[in-house]
Design a protein around this ligand. Structure first.
Ligand code: ADP
Ligand code: MG
Length: 478
């Protein structure tokens, strides 16, 4: 029997506001425990929450970018449960009326096609605190700095059909929230987190199987591994005559396995009701239009423009627009390289990205500026240096030895185009290899490559390869 996985993701994006969603306490990461939780975050008697306008604006930005309905009126609700890191005994969230309704996000599949993934909703809510287990003997520490941090929970339709599609969706959303400037996307710090709902069904069936929800997936790699592992577990279970139970499972990255945490709670376990301390949230048409006017160019539009204006292949355009910073760097490079768009794409995606990866650096920390990279490409283009020598120049630039012209000058790397000088080197190479010359003239013309190599070596890689080829051919044949 062939099985088909069905996956829906719930993603929590921490909104990049300076202060919390219902209080003026700081949201900065990494402070001493419990120094950033005020009376409102702690839910002390007599306090009242006041909604952070910036959090609402950020939610609307995402709604517009997902082509979703932004609700004119939405409602905050209390989600009641008991846990030590939840001081009030309830989390303020949105339930029946979320601020962002149905929308969609298009993802690129490996075969080059795109697939539209439905977004069910996105709602505002507050984060809980954190339980600390390390460094406590027979105790658990509670840090409430995170309590009240604004989150946007973005819920997808169960439209994803493989772990790869789930990762593509997550990456696309990650790129989008960063383009929009609403979330820093830092997954190690938990600013962008994912729960994956996974079920399987016989291929061809239209109904859904029972799902399990996987928690604790804090990297793209773990999302893919955990989902694949869960798909296999469910198929094996069903094929052995068992049944999947609806439950929450925790992914253990060290063991690469999921284990049951708790059976799935139903909505009525939470006793949701509208929070009487907060007025319904009203978002006017004029506010929506104001925010629409502030939206930056989004990834899909930028990608399409890169293909149209720079003549780039879809693949290149996709890679170069994955982040706004990379796209900006690329465009600045093209400008500095006198419009050599494809050459710039090759260098940004190849040499530069390789060096950044190796050094663990972000594009914004690149030791080689876009202006300097563009300058280097100009020297390739006007044949001052060959593409091969350019790699050495790049390395010197990376090591802080100056811009391309400085490095070419100080290292004497300028390409030799003087015909007389090249002829002399060619004569020398022919004279030094009489056997190869004889073989060449007897018909083994493949040896041209050997002679080219000899001349290039003699010139320290600086001879113009086209001229070397021409002159060699003429002399060998003559
Ligand atoms: P809950 O409120 O219990 O978390 P929802 O109905 O809101 O449940 O769904 C949560 C997520 O689970 C959504 O992303 C949805 O697409 C996904 N989902 C729902 N049913 C299934 C299923 N049978 N298989 C896989 N994913 C599912
Ligand atoms: Mg849920």
């Amino acid at each position: 029997m062939e099985w088909e996985p069905v996956i829906g993701l719930e993603i929590h994006a921490q909104l990049a506001t300076r202060t919390k969603i219902f209080s003026g306490a700081s949201t900065a990461y990494g402070a001493e425990p419990n120094t950033q939780a005020c009376a409102v975050d702690l839910g002390l008697p007599g306090v009242l929450p006041v909604l952070n306008e910036q959090a609402v604006r950020f939610a609307v930005r995402l709604g517009l970018a997902l082509d979703a309905e932004v609700a004119g009126r939405s409602v905050f609700a209390r989600k009641n449960y008991f846990y030590p890191d939840l001081p009030k005994g309830y989390q303020i969230s949105q339930y029946e009326l979320p601020v962002v309704g149905t929308g969609h996000l298009d993802i690129d599949l490996e075969d080059g096609t795109t697939k539209r993934i439905g977004v069910t909703r996105a709602h505002l809510e507050e984060d809980a605190g954190k339980s600390l287990h390390e460094g406590f003997e027979a105790m658990t520490g509670i840090d409430l700095n995170r309590a009240g941090t604004p989150l946007l929970e973005i819920v997808s339709e169960p439209d994803l059909r493989s772990a790869k599609e789930a990762v593509a969706y997550m990456k696309k959303l990650h790129s989008l929230v960063r383009y929009l400037g609403i979330c820093d996307g830092n997954m190690q710090e938990g600013s962008f987190r994912c729960d994956a709902n996974v079920s399987v069904r016989p291929k061809g069936e239209s109904g859904f199987g029972t799902r399990a929800e996987l928690k604790n997936l804090n990297s793209f790699r773990f999302v893919e591994r955990a989902i694949n592992h869960e798909i296999e577990r469910q198929i094996e279970l069903i094929e052995d005559g068992g049944e999947v139970v609806q439950e929450t499972r925790l992914y253990d990255a060290d063991k690469n396995e999921t284990r049951s945490m708790r059976t799935k709670e139903e909505a009525n376990d939470y006793r949701y009701f509208p929070d009487p301390d907060l007025l319904p949230l009203e978002v006017t048409r004029s506010l929506i239009e104001e925010i629409r006017g502030e939206l930056p160019e989004l990834p899909d539009a930028k990608k399409a423009r890169f293909e149209a204006d720079y003549g780039l292949p879809a693949y290149d355009a996709g890679v170069l627009t994955a982040s706004r910073e990379l796209a900006d760097y690329y465009e600045a490079t093209v400008t500095a390289a006198d419009g050599e768009a494809k050459l710039a794409a090759n260098w940004v995606m190849g040499e530069l990205s390789g060096a950044l990866n190796k050094a663990g650096l972000d594009i914004t920390d690149s030791p080689v500026s876009a202006a300097d990279l563009g300058g280097l490409l100009c020297r390739i283009n006007d044949e001052t240096i060959s593409g091969k020598i350019a790699k050495d120049v790049f390395e010197a630039m990376w090591n802080g030895e100056g811009d391309a012209d400085t490095v070419i000058e100080s290292k004497g790397l300028k390409q030799v185009t003087d015909t007389g000088a090249i002829e002399a080197m060619v004569d020398e190479a022919i004279a030094a290899n009489p056997t190869q010359l004889e073989q060449y003239r007897a018909g083994k013309t493949k040896l041209l490559g050997f002679f080219v190599g000899q001349v290039m070596k003699a010139s320290g890689g600086k001879a113009n390869p086209q001229q070397v080829n021409e002159i060699l051919r003429r002399k060998l044949d003559g």
